[in-house]
Design a protein around this ligand. Sequence first.
Ligand SMILES: [Mg+2]
Length: 291
Amino acid sequence: MHPITPPLQPILPILLCCDMDRTLIPNGVQPESPEARPRLRALCAHPQIHLVMVTGRHIDLVLEAMTYWDLPHPDFIIGDVGTSVYIPDERTNTWSIWPSWEAEIGPAWNGMTHADIIDLFADIAAITPQGRDRQGVFKASFFTDTAVNTEVLEAELTRRLWTLGIDARLVWSEDEAAGTGLLDVLPANASKLHAIEFLSYQRGYTPDRTVFAGDSGNDLEVLGSHINAVLVANAPAQVRAQACAAVVAAGAEKSLYIAQGGLFGMNGNYSAGVLEGLAHFLPETQPWMQL
Ligand SMILES: [Mg+2]
Protein backbone atom coordinates (compact mmCIF):
# COMPACT_ATOMS: atom_id res chain seq x y z
CA MET A 1 0.00 0.00 0.00
CA HIS A 2 1.30 3.43 -0.90
CA PRO A 3 0.32 6.37 1.31
CA ILE A 4 -2.10 8.73 -0.40
CA THR A 5 -0.36 11.99 -1.31
CA PRO A 6 -2.57 15.02 -0.61
CA PRO A 7 -3.09 17.32 -3.62
CA LEU A 8 -0.58 20.18 -3.79
CA GLN A 9 -2.13 23.52 -2.87
CA PRO A 10 -1.35 26.47 -5.17
CA ILE A 11 0.90 29.06 -3.58
CA LEU A 12 1.01 32.83 -3.93
CA PRO A 13 4.26 34.63 -4.83
CA ILE A 14 7.01 34.39 -2.23
CA LEU A 15 10.20 36.48 -2.08
CA LEU A 16 12.83 34.15 -0.60
CA CYS A 17 15.93 36.21 0.25
CA CYS A 18 19.06 34.20 1.08
CA ASP A 19 22.56 35.06 2.18
CA MET A 20 25.06 32.94 0.23
CA ASP A 21 28.24 32.02 2.15
CA ARG A 22 27.45 29.49 4.90
CA THR A 23 23.70 29.97 4.31
CA LEU A 24 22.94 28.61 0.81
CA ILE A 25 26.55 27.57 0.24
CA PRO A 26 27.80 24.79 2.56
CA ASN A 27 31.28 26.32 2.92
CA GLY A 28 31.50 26.10 6.70
CA VAL A 29 32.86 23.37 8.98
CA GLN A 30 29.48 21.70 9.69
CA PRO A 31 28.19 18.96 7.36
CA GLU A 32 25.44 19.53 4.82
CA SER A 33 22.56 17.04 4.53
CA PRO A 34 22.86 15.45 1.06
CA GLU A 35 19.21 16.21 0.22
CA ALA A 36 19.37 19.88 1.21
CA ARG A 37 20.29 21.49 -2.09
CA PRO A 38 18.29 19.04 -4.27
CA ARG A 39 15.18 19.90 -2.20
CA LEU A 40 15.96 23.61 -2.46
CA ARG A 41 16.30 23.29 -6.24
CA ALA A 42 12.97 21.41 -6.39
CA LEU A 43 11.24 24.18 -4.43
CA CYS A 44 12.79 27.00 -6.45
CA ALA A 45 11.56 25.40 -9.68
CA HIS A 46 8.08 26.51 -8.59
CA PRO A 47 7.20 29.64 -10.58
CA GLN A 48 5.86 31.45 -7.51
CA ILE A 49 9.08 31.06 -5.50
CA HIS A 50 11.16 34.13 -6.32
CA LEU A 51 14.71 33.71 -5.03
CA VAL A 52 17.01 36.61 -4.12
CA MET A 53 20.73 36.19 -3.42
CA VAL A 54 21.68 38.71 -0.69
CA THR A 55 25.43 38.84 -0.30
CA GLY A 56 28.62 40.78 0.24
CA ARG A 57 29.92 39.27 -2.99
CA HIS A 58 30.45 41.17 -6.23
CA ILE A 59 28.16 39.88 -9.04
CA ASP A 60 30.97 37.99 -10.82
CA LEU A 61 31.67 36.00 -7.66
CA VAL A 62 27.92 35.44 -7.16
CA LEU A 63 27.60 33.89 -10.63
CA GLU A 64 30.76 31.84 -10.15
CA ALA A 65 29.46 30.39 -6.87
CA MET A 66 26.03 29.65 -8.36
CA THR A 67 27.65 27.45 -10.99
CA TYR A 68 30.21 25.82 -8.70
CA TRP A 69 27.66 24.91 -6.00
CA ASP A 70 24.78 24.18 -8.39
CA LEU A 71 22.47 26.70 -6.72
CA PRO A 72 19.03 27.50 -8.08
CA HIS A 73 18.83 30.45 -10.45
CA PRO A 74 17.73 33.62 -8.61
CA ASP A 75 15.19 36.21 -9.77
CA PHE A 76 17.18 39.08 -8.22
CA ILE A 77 20.70 39.59 -6.85
CA ILE A 78 21.45 41.99 -4.00
CA GLY A 79 25.25 42.21 -4.08
CA ASP A 80 28.11 44.21 -2.57
CA VAL A 81 26.51 44.19 0.92
CA GLY A 82 23.31 45.81 -0.33
CA THR A 83 24.89 48.51 -2.51
CA SER A 84 23.89 46.94 -5.83
CA VAL A 85 20.69 45.23 -6.97
CA TYR A 86 20.63 43.28 -10.25
CA ILE A 87 17.61 42.20 -12.28
CA PRO A 88 17.61 39.79 -15.22
CA ASP A 89 17.67 41.33 -18.70
CA GLU A 90 15.48 38.92 -20.68
CA ARG A 91 16.64 40.24 -24.07
CA THR A 92 20.35 39.66 -23.54
CA ASN A 93 20.05 36.85 -20.96
CA THR A 94 22.39 38.77 -18.63
CA TRP A 95 22.06 40.72 -15.38
CA SER A 96 21.48 44.48 -15.30
CA ILE A 97 21.82 47.01 -12.49
CA TRP A 98 18.37 47.97 -11.24
CA PRO A 99 18.27 51.76 -11.71
CA SER A 100 15.55 52.23 -9.06
CA TRP A 101 17.98 51.12 -6.35
CA GLU A 102 20.78 53.38 -7.58
CA ALA A 103 18.30 56.26 -7.55
CA GLU A 104 17.44 55.38 -3.95
CA ILE A 105 21.00 55.20 -2.54
CA GLY A 106 23.04 57.29 -5.01
CA PRO A 107 22.03 60.73 -3.68
CA ALA A 108 23.77 59.95 -0.35
CA TRP A 109 27.07 60.05 -2.28
CA ASN A 110 26.26 63.35 -3.97
CA GLY A 111 26.96 62.17 -7.52
CA MET A 112 30.21 60.39 -6.66
CA THR A 113 31.23 56.71 -6.89
CA HIS A 114 33.82 54.44 -5.33
CA ALA A 115 36.60 55.80 -7.59
CA ASP A 116 36.15 59.31 -6.15
CA ILE A 117 36.39 57.93 -2.63
CA ILE A 118 39.56 55.97 -3.40
CA ASP A 119 41.10 59.22 -4.77
CA LEU A 120 39.95 61.13 -1.72
CA PHE A 121 41.83 58.74 0.61
CA ALA A 122 44.84 58.09 -1.66
CA ASP A 123 47.35 59.85 0.65
CA ILE A 124 46.29 58.03 3.83
CA ALA A 125 48.92 55.35 4.47
CA ALA A 126 46.85 53.36 7.00
CA ILE A 127 44.36 52.25 4.33
CA THR A 128 44.96 50.78 0.87
CA PRO A 129 42.31 49.90 -1.75
CA GLN A 130 41.34 46.23 -2.16
CA GLY A 131 41.32 44.64 -5.64
CA ARG A 132 38.89 45.63 -8.39
CA ASP A 133 36.66 42.60 -7.80
CA ARG A 134 36.01 43.91 -4.26
CA GLN A 135 34.85 47.35 -5.42
CA GLY A 136 31.32 48.30 -6.42
CA VAL A 137 29.91 51.52 -7.87
CA PHE A 138 28.67 52.39 -4.37
CA LYS A 139 31.15 50.33 -2.33
CA ALA A 140 34.74 51.42 -1.77
CA SER A 141 36.72 48.71 0.02
CA PHE A 142 40.11 49.01 1.71
CA PHE A 143 42.63 46.98 3.66
CA THR A 144 43.46 48.65 6.96
CA ASP A 145 46.44 48.56 9.25
CA THR A 146 45.21 46.69 12.36
CA ALA A 147 47.63 48.68 14.56
CA VAL A 148 46.01 52.01 13.70
CA ASN A 149 43.62 53.85 16.06
CA THR A 150 40.36 53.41 14.14
CA GLU A 151 38.56 56.16 16.07
CA VAL A 152 41.12 58.78 15.00
CA LEU A 153 41.17 57.39 11.45
CA GLU A 154 37.38 57.31 11.19
CA ALA A 155 37.18 60.93 12.32
CA GLU A 156 39.57 61.98 9.53
CA LEU A 157 37.80 59.88 6.87
CA THR A 158 34.40 61.21 7.92
CA ARG A 159 35.69 64.80 7.88
CA ARG A 160 36.93 64.38 4.30
CA LEU A 161 33.70 62.71 3.15
CA TRP A 162 31.62 65.53 4.58
CA THR A 163 33.66 68.18 2.75
CA LEU A 164 32.41 66.59 -0.50
CA GLY A 165 28.83 66.22 0.76
CA ILE A 166 29.13 62.42 0.90
CA ASP A 167 26.88 60.77 3.49
CA ALA A 168 28.61 57.42 4.08
CA ARG A 169 28.56 54.50 6.46
CA LEU A 170 31.90 52.99 7.46
CA VAL A 171 31.93 49.26 8.20
CA TRP A 172 35.08 47.91 9.88
CA SER A 173 35.82 44.21 10.04
CA GLU A 174 38.76 41.86 10.24
CA ASP A 175 40.11 39.09 8.05
CA GLU A 176 41.51 36.99 10.88
CA ALA A 177 43.07 34.40 8.58
CA ALA A 178 45.02 37.08 6.70
CA GLY A 179 45.69 39.18 9.83
CA THR A 180 44.44 42.33 8.17
CA GLY A 181 41.69 44.85 8.83
CA LEU A 182 38.96 45.60 6.29
CA LEU A 183 36.93 48.74 5.71
CA ASP A 184 33.88 49.21 3.50
CA VAL A 185 32.67 52.73 2.72
CA LEU A 186 28.99 52.58 1.70
CA PRO A 187 26.15 55.06 1.12
CA ALA A 188 24.62 55.80 4.54
CA ASN A 189 21.27 54.30 3.55
CA ALA A 190 22.58 51.18 1.74
CA SER A 191 22.27 47.90 3.63
CA LYS A 192 20.99 44.38 3.11
CA LEU A 193 17.88 45.27 5.13
CA HIS A 194 17.05 48.43 3.19
CA ALA A 195 17.64 46.65 -0.14
CA ILE A 196 15.28 43.79 0.81
CA GLU A 197 12.59 46.18 2.07
CA PHE A 198 12.88 48.34 -1.05
CA LEU A 199 12.77 45.38 -3.47
CA SER A 200 9.89 43.71 -1.64
CA TYR A 201 7.81 46.90 -1.53
CA GLN A 202 8.57 48.08 -5.08
CA ARG A 203 7.78 44.66 -6.57
CA GLY A 204 4.58 44.23 -4.57
CA TYR A 205 5.40 41.37 -2.18
CA THR A 206 3.46 41.58 1.08
CA PRO A 207 5.52 41.45 4.29
CA ASP A 208 4.09 38.03 5.24
CA ARG A 209 5.39 36.56 1.96
CA THR A 210 8.94 37.88 2.25
CA VAL A 211 11.38 35.58 4.08
CA PHE A 212 15.10 36.05 4.72
CA ALA A 213 17.75 33.49 5.71
CA GLY A 214 21.24 34.18 7.05
CA ASP A 215 24.03 33.00 9.34
CA SER A 216 26.43 35.72 10.45
CA GLY A 217 27.12 39.20 11.79
CA ASN A 218 26.33 41.05 8.58
CA ASP A 219 22.89 39.39 8.51
CA LEU A 220 22.01 40.57 12.03
CA GLU A 221 20.25 43.74 10.95
CA VAL A 222 17.75 41.69 8.90
CA LEU A 223 17.54 38.80 11.38
CA GLY A 224 16.67 41.26 14.16
CA SER A 225 14.13 43.23 12.08
CA HIS A 226 10.39 42.80 11.57
CA ILE A 227 11.09 40.76 8.38
CA ASN A 228 10.37 37.04 8.79
CA ALA A 229 13.84 35.52 9.03
CA VAL A 230 15.51 32.20 9.63
CA LEU A 231 18.89 31.65 11.22
CA VAL A 232 20.41 28.45 9.84
CA ALA A 233 21.49 25.83 12.41
CA ASN A 234 25.19 26.13 11.55
CA ALA A 235 25.26 29.81 12.66
CA PRO A 236 27.72 30.61 15.48
CA ALA A 237 26.23 30.64 19.01
CA GLN A 238 27.21 34.29 19.38
CA VAL A 239 25.17 35.29 16.31
CA ARG A 240 22.21 33.28 17.65
CA ALA A 241 22.39 35.14 20.97
CA GLN A 242 22.67 38.53 19.25
CA ALA A 243 19.75 37.80 16.90
CA CYS A 244 17.56 36.69 19.80
CA ALA A 245 18.44 39.82 21.81
CA ALA A 246 17.68 42.03 18.79
CA VAL A 247 14.18 40.64 18.19
CA VAL A 248 13.37 40.82 21.91
CA ALA A 249 14.46 44.48 21.97
CA ALA A 250 12.30 45.18 18.89
CA GLY A 251 9.31 43.19 20.17
CA ALA A 252 9.59 41.06 17.02
CA GLU A 253 10.18 37.60 18.52
CA LYS A 254 7.70 35.96 16.13
CA SER A 255 9.67 37.11 13.08
CA LEU A 256 12.79 35.04 13.93
CA TYR A 257 12.99 31.27 13.47
CA ILE A 258 16.11 29.35 14.48
CA ALA A 259 16.58 26.15 12.48
CA GLN A 260 17.34 23.09 14.57
CA GLY A 261 16.98 20.24 12.09
CA GLY A 262 14.29 17.61 11.65
CA LEU A 263 12.55 18.65 8.43
CA PHE A 264 12.66 15.58 6.13
CA GLY A 265 15.31 14.18 8.51
CA MET A 266 17.79 16.92 7.53
CA ASN A 267 20.18 18.66 9.95
CA GLY A 268 19.07 22.30 9.59
CA ASN A 269 22.46 23.48 8.32
CA TYR A 270 22.74 25.71 5.22
CA SER A 271 19.94 25.09 2.63
CA ALA A 272 18.22 22.62 4.97
CA GLY A 273 17.81 25.47 7.48
CA VAL A 274 16.47 27.78 4.78
CA LEU A 275 13.81 25.20 3.86
CA GLU A 276 12.96 24.54 7.51
CA GLY A 277 12.43 28.25 8.15
CA LEU A 278 10.33 28.67 5.02
CA ALA A 279 8.15 25.69 6.04
CA HIS A 280 7.74 27.33 9.47
CA PHE A 281 6.55 30.71 8.15
CA LEU A 282 4.71 29.44 5.04
CA PRO A 283 3.76 25.77 5.60
CA GLU A 284 2.06 25.52 2.20
CA THR A 285 5.56 25.46 0.63
CA GLN A 286 6.58 22.19 2.31
CA PRO A 287 4.95 19.79 -0.18
CA TRP A 288 6.91 21.50 -2.96
CA MET A 289 10.20 20.50 -1.34
CA GLN A 290 9.60 16.83 -2.22
CA LEU A 291 12.15 15.03 -4.36
MG1 LIG B 1 26.91 34.20 5.38
